[in-house]
Design a protein around this ligand. Structure first.
Ligand code: ATR
Length: 273
């Protein structure tokens, strides 16, 4: 019988997840279906339960429901608990198991696909929202020399330092605190670019050979990537690889088979111009 999976969000029309999982299923000869479901803003839990009652095996969860997904789970992973958010659920009998693969997807994309090691490097995350929360633990587990978070609202960055203190040694501050610092990997996890806004990044922020990574995907050269390029950075990446890698993690978690990601990333990539 065909096993059923879905991605649930609001809005959901532009989700690439059905395309990605269909490609994985074909490549690994897995008999499954994967659809996009738009849940009403006040109806996430009911949508999950209805899908499950209809024989669903698991779901991906996207904005704005990742926090609720974590709360709905009986059994959230450490990554999901620390992020306070889940992007994948698995139905096991009566239980709902939750995980968050966004961070490991980012790490795998940076290290395996883009060839930039995180161990021993100076890593900076811009933004202190859910996207940064999900990324902190997986990045810290790679052993960077330093890990810093800068945010427009510095107190939110300090809050992350406190929340993650048991697991991650974090430097935190506002953008002005970055003056005089240089980083090998700079990741934009803010939503500033979506409204076309540039971030107040000081000169000299990017170390020679640095990678500039924007978690946004499919938008070409974002304001952040443009800033990085203007600062002389040649290693630029958007979040398409992160998207496909987190999908691969969920697929492996559900199906026990790891799909190859390279072709799917190539197919979904848009030029950074
Ligand atoms: P997500 O879950 O995608 O991380 P979020 O929790 O709403 O979304 O967080 C958005 C992040 O983008 C925050 O760090 C926010 O900064 P504030 O905490 O100061 O609000 C950041 N952000 C959004 N617009 C921005 C802008 N124009 N300039 C700088 N940072 C911005």
């Amino acid at each position: 019988m065909t096993d059923r999976y879905a991605v649930i969000g609001h809005p959901i029309a532009h989700s690439q997840s059905p395309r990605i999982h269909a490609a994985f299923a074909q490549a690994t000869a897995q008999d499954l279906s994967y659809v996009a479901i738009e849940a009403p803003l006040d109806g996430f839990a009911a949508t999950v339960q209805a899908f499950r009652a209809g024989g669903g095996r698991g779901v991906n969860v996207t904005l704005p429901f990742k926090l609720q997904a974590c709360q709905l789970a009986n059994d959230p992973s450490e990554a999901a608990r620390l992020a306070g958010a889940a992007n994948a659920l698995k139905f096991e009998g009566e239980r709902i198991v939750a995980d968050n693969f966004d961070g490991i997807g980012l790490v795998n994309d940076i290290q395996r696909n883009l060839g930039h090691a995180l161990r021993g490097r100076r890593v900076l995350l811009l933004g202190a929202g859910g996207a940064t929360r999900g990324a902190l633990l997986p990045i810290a587990q790679q052993g960077p020399a330093t890990l810093a978070v800068a945010n427009r609202t510095a107190d939110k960055a300090h809050g992350l330092r406190t929340d993650f203190a048991a697991h991650v040694t974090l430097n935190s501050g506002g953008y002005a605190d970055l003056a005089g610092e240089a980083f090998d990997v700079v990741i934009n996890a803010t939503s500033a670019g979506l409204s076309g806004e540039a971030l107040p990044l000081p000169d000299g922020l990017f170390a020679p050979g640095a990678l500039a990574y924007d978690m946004v995907y499919g938008k070409g050269l974002t304001p952040f990537l443009r800033q990085a390029r203007a600062a002389g950075v040649s290693a630029l990446a958007d979040g398409v690889g992160m998207l496909v890698e987190q999908a691969a993690e969920a697929f492996a978690w559900w199906r026990g088979v790891r799909p190859d990601t390279r072709d799917v990333i190539a197919r979904l990539s848009v030029p950074l111009v």
